[in-house]
Write a protein that binds this ligand. Structure first.
Ligand code: ZN
Length: 147
């Protein structure tokens, strides 16, 4: 029992130090994110999402952003984003349904966004998508709050 004690202590402490409050997701010229699930620890006060675009096409042809919203809001947010047009970065200005978003990227670019985890409700259903016209059908995923 004596020899197990340090290991047990390490496990007990793991959650406090184990919460990773940032992550990176990549997008590409094939109109894909490299992940369809992002888990956010409820222990994080803030979470930072970094979007990379590993392709080479310009933003006008293959733009990608990362937009976080409630699942039920995403179809309308995506439609309004297309209507907002290229000059608005394909996202309606001050859309209150948008919880967080990066800017629209072209190939080789990177952007990060940091947001308060308290904006996410444990019972809520959240998703992320790219709001470039025609992309949200393929470029979609879930965001889940975990302990
Ligand atoms: Zn896109």
């Amino acid at each position: 029992m004596y020899r197990l004690a340090p290991l047990a202590l390490a496990f007990a402490m793991a959650p406090a130090f184990g919460a990773d409050c940032s992550t990176t997701i990549d997008s590409n010229d094939a109109m894909r994110f490299d992940r369809d699930l992002i888990e956010i620890s409820a222990q994080c006060e803030q979470f930072t999402l970094t979007l990379t675009h590993s392709g080479s096409l310009p933003v006008a042809a293959m733009g990608h952003n990362w937009v976080l919203a409630e699942e039920s809001d995403i179809p309308a947010v995506a439609a309004d984003a297309v209507a907002a047009g290229a000059s608005a970065g394909y996202l309606a200005a001050d859309d209150e349904r948008v919880i967080a978003h990066t800017r629209m990227l072209g190939g080789g670019e990177t952007d990060s966004v940091t947001f308060d985890v308290a904006l996410l409700d444990a019972d809520g259903e959240y998703g992320f998508f790219c709001s470039f016209p025609g992309h949200s059908a393929l470029m979609r995923g879930r965001v889940v709050l975990v302990d």
